[in-house]
Design a protein around this ligand. Structure first.
Ligand code: SF4
Length: 281
């Protein structure tokens, strides 16, 4: 195995729950924690890179297996030859551990226990404060009690959430994410999330059928951000990212990456809301 920033193969390490990624966003090694080996998600994003994505949720995670895989993998990364033999020079640092799998991680019925477990192992490996713990989520279940418990644990161990918001209109969310819960529900989930753990909004931007996000969608997005300010929802900032790898969904042919200048121009508009913005073209 040899990793580069284009290789996000979740079977790369031959493990069920753990996969390594050299992240262009992070500038180092990210250890992915996949709670959805069944490729099931309650969203269906047009740009999703999960192969054979199915509608559904994660199964209950086998905590013993997750613990065994994470311990052995961390041993290899921190005390073995993983970095030298697998990771390209210049990226040989452990940046983060990320709940980011082939579906929505918070849909695992024992998601909260997985966070507690990962936090305990990070503590044993002296990683708290050294490597970030990130939950990459579509945010749609954040109001639920078991997810709230997981977010509380995440907060206690210094973790953060990247909460997906690809459009700020109900129609845009339906078109991009096949999410039909409506914008009011998104607002409630975001308030519940950001009220419990540090939260970044993450937004994937691309053109569809040759058209970048239109004026109305962009205005709605900026309005949404202004609403978070007015509603005292404390966001860490906004992550704007482009299409780096091809979609594995039927819409793949209709999507194209936006150029860096477009993303940077939109980032400038977003900064007028007073929020920090990071761009990953
Ligand atoms: S939320 Fe993530 S895993 Fe689910 S469909 Fe969207 S991109 Fe894929």
């Amino acid at each position: 195995m040899r990793l580069d920033t284009h290789d996000h193969d979740r079977d790369g390490a031959g493990l069920k729950h753990i996969y390594p990624v050299v992240s262009r966003r992070a500038g180092g090694l990210s250890i992915g924690i996949n709670l959805n080996p069944n490729n099931a998600c309650n969203f269906r994003c047009v740009y999703c890179q999960v192969p054979e994505l199915v509608a559904g949720k994660a199964e209950t995670c086998d905590l013993d297996l997750l613990e065994k895989e994470l311990r052995e993998f961390l041993e290899w990364v921190l005390n073995g030859d993983f970095m030298e033999s697998v990771v390209p020079e210049g990226s040989r640092r452990l940046n983060d551990l990320a709940f980011s799998g082939n579906g929505e991680p918070t849909s695992a019925p024992n998601f909260d226990e997985t966070v507690t477990l990962v936090g305990r192992i990070m503590e044993e490996f002296s990683l708290i404060g050294q490597a970030k713990l990130i939950l990459i989520s579509n945010g749609s279940l954040c109001e639920q009690e078991p997810v709230q418990r997981g977010l509380q644990s995440l907060n206690q161990i210094g973790g953060e959430v990247w909460f997906k918001l690809d459009a700020a209109t109900s129609s845009g969310q339906e078109r991009i994410n096949s999410y039909t819960g409506g914008l009011a529900r998104v607002k409630k989930n975001l308030a519940a999330c950001a009220g419990t753990a540090p939260t970044w909004l993450q937004t994937c931007l691309f053109s569809m059928d040759g058209e970048p996000p239109g004026r109305e969608e962009r205005a709605a997005y900026l309005d949404f951000l202004r609403w978070t300010r007015a509603a005292s929802i404390d966001l860490s900032g906004v992550l704007l990212y482009g299409l780096a790898r091809p979609s594995l969904q039927p819409e793949a042919e209709r999507l194209a990456a936006l150029d860096k200048a477009w993303l940077e121009a939109f980032a400038e508009e977003v900064r007028t809301t007073g929020l920090e913005v990071r761009v990953s073209p």
